[in-house]
Design a protein around this ligand. Structure first.
Ligand code: CO
Length: 211
């Protein structure tokens, strides 16, 4: 059997087992989606949001891209953020990076990955430059990369706080809380590296005074 056919077979088994456990499962889930969390994670196949947090379908609204970036003109990310914050009314937005991230590893090199990937990875190089003093003091290449993973998550949390979507929700509804997490592929554990409460100021230049 081809790999993709196996996926379809496994889907049938999974759907049947869900109904066996709970006959009303799909009927209930089909009616409403009310997740309290928006997850912005890396596309890496080893970091699946639901599995690593032991959550069920319906619990986490998910957006994933290479190296979990929050780019201020990414219409895809911003639509997800807008919908999650303004319609689903999520209480928490989590940016989850992971050690050993291929995107971060690529950005730390001087290799030309060609136009599209270079464009995407550029913002990780910017994170390196903002924190060059700290990163350059680290001599071990693996530790350097791990620290860049953490700082990248922190910068993406800042990028969320810079949006009028987040600032308006903070002003009107004192939510969502923003979290920066890093996942370890080695032990399966999540670690908090950054956290900001509603209303936190990043820098006055980003604050909209007439929301
Ligand atoms: Co990654």
């Amino acid at each position: 059997m081809k790999r993709f056919q196996k996926l379809l077979e496994e889907n049938k088994k999974w759907a049947a087992s869900q109904v066996a456990k709970d006959p009303g499962y799909f009927k209930r889930l089909a009616k409403v989606q009310a997740p309290e969390v928006l997850w912005i994670g890396c596309s890496d196949s080893r970091v699946p949001a639901n599995q690593i947090t032991n959550t069920e379908p319906g619990e986490i609204f998910v957006h994933r891209n290479i190296a979990n970036l929050v780019i201020n003109n990414d219409v895809n990310l911003l639509s997800v953020l807008d919908f999650a914050v303004n319609t689903l009314k999520v209480k928490h937005v989590i940016v989850c990076g992971h050690y050993g991230c291929g995107g971060v590893k690529a950005a730390i090199t001087n290799h030309d990955f060609k136009a599209i990937l270079n464009m995407w990875l550029r913002s990780i190089k910017d994170v390196y430059r903002f924190h060059r003093d700290e990163i350059d003091r680290i001599t071990d290449p693996k530790k350097k990369e791990d620290r860049l993973v953490e700082l990248n998550v922190q910068e993406q949390v800042f990028n969320l706080a810079k949006t009028s979507i987040i600032q308006r929700a903070w002003q009107n509804e004192q939510r969502p809380h923003l979290h920066g997490w890093v996942y370890s592929l080695n032990n399966g554990l999540l670690k908090t590296v950054y956290e900001i409460k509603p209303g936190t100021s990043i820098d006055p230049i980003y604050e909209y005074g007439d929301l």
